[in-house]
Design a protein around this ligand. Structure first.
Ligand code: SAM
Ligand code: DTB
Ligand code: SF4
Length: 348
């Protein structure tokens, strides 16, 4: 029997992945699992790359048939001087990165930046505060105004500002916050090599508070922190164990910044990012897997492979929080080269 090229994908798909529709719950054929073992995930991470990409594509093609990519712009509202000792972070007061004493931003300039991001094509606007936790008072009231203003522009609003209380989460929800970003960063086993001032358990409690207030969860991690393959699998197992899965899963590669304890860390092999993205897509079929920090070092083809592996969002704009990101023209060229369209090209 001869197989035509067109017959091959369908046959493999039928064996490996049950068909399912673009919305969870609409098709009983897809089983959303929260019980992936670390060993199972390690095995996925270690698949031959072509097989891993095949499986990730099969999932992604069905969960996101239009192959739409969400563009999220990022702005640091409160930069540096953070009490936490995250070894990767230039904003920690324990590290000696030079952030040139950047002032906190007020509501009006933040909303100007949000409008500019929208005009450039972004659909989501993410705002960061270098805080261990949110404190009540004028800066929190300003944060709420920023959230309201971003939502009024018709953009999704995301905040990342450390730990929070139930009442604070409630007020953010009332202001219309779409999502709260709080990363697990690495595996529970590797965690104490990276951060000592906040526990893994505290991170999980923060995530529960966000969910409890009805806000979408944006939760992911970083590779390139000196972790093992098993640590990567373990991080993904914790993420996939969250029920329901986090609505967004940012996958970051370490940006090794001078003045941090990880400044001399070896660069991440782009194919390792491709593998992380692919496995995240397989484990969390309907989550938005965001190709996050470290894109500058991935190169065009590395990023294209990440899109093929199932990334359906990128940070859009030439700065992340404090480090560089590709410019908007470069990203428009990247998406065009991939032949994928951003959300707003299809969705009014
Ligand atoms: N302070 C808040 C917190 O930690 O949740 C919000 C801001 S913090 C900078 C947001 C996330 O950015 C971190 O959890 C980490 O995953 C990521 N990040 C920070 N510095 C990074 C770096 N140098 N490379 C890659 N990711 C980084
Ligand atoms: C996430 O996971 N990555 C973004 C966003 N969420 C807040 C932040 C990346 C920061 C990279 C280092 C910097 O620019 O300071
Ligand atoms: Fe602070 Fe967040 Fe940076 Fe950690 S990652 S030092 S909590 S700003």
């Amino acid at each position: 029997m001869t197989l035509s090229p067109a017959a091959l994908p369908t046959q493999a798909l039928a064996q490996d992945v049950p068909p399912f529709s673009a919305q969870p719950g609409q098709n009983p054929g897809i089983e959303l699992r929260h019980d992936w073992s670390v060993a199972e995930i390690e095995a996925l991470l270690a698949l031959p790359l072509v097989d891993l990409l095949w499986r990730a594509q099969a999932v992604h093609r069905q969960a996101n048939p239009g192959y739409r990519v969400q563009l999220a712009s990022l702005l640091s509202v409160k930069t540096g001087g953070c009490e936490e000792d995250c070894a990767y972070c230039p904003q920690s007061m324990h590290n000696s990165s030079d952030l040139n004493g950047r002032p906190d931003l007020a509501v009006a300039p933040v909303l100007e930046r949000a409008r500019a991001a929208k005009d450039a094509g972004a659909q989501r606007f993410c705002m960061g505060w270098a805080w261990r936790e949110i404190r009540d008072g004028a800066p929190f009231e300003a944060m709420l105004q920023m959230v309201r203003g971003v939502r009024e522009l018709g953009l999704e609003a995301c905040v990342t500002a450390g730990m929070l209380t139930d009442p604070q989460a409630q007020r953010l929800a009332e202001a219309g916050l779409t999502a709260y970003n709080h990363n697990l960063d690495t595996s529970p086993e590797h965690y104490d090599q990276i951060i000592s001032t906040r526990t893994y358990q505290e991170r999980l409690e923060t995530l529960a508070r966000v969910r409890g207030a009805g806000i979408s969860l944006c939760c992911g991690g970083i590779i390139g922190l000196g972790e093992s393959g098993r640590d990567r699998a373990s991080l993904l197992a914790v993420l996939a164990g969250i029920n329901p899965h986090p609505e967004s899963v940012p996958i970051n590669a370490l940006v090794a910044v001078e003045g941090t304890p990880l400044e001399d860390q070896a660069p991440v092999d782009p194919l390792e990012m491709v593998r992380m993205v692919a496995v995240a897509r397989i484990l969390m079929p309907f989550s938005r897997v965001r190709l996050s920090a470290g894109r500058e070092a991935l190169g065009r083809e590395g990023q294209l492979l990440c899109l093929l592996a199932g990334a359906d969002s990128i940070f859009y704009g030439d700065t992340l929080l404090t480090t560089a990101n590709p410019g908007v023209t470069e990203d428009q060229e990247l998406l065009a080269a991939a032949g994928v369209v951003p959300w707003n090209a299809l969705v009014p």
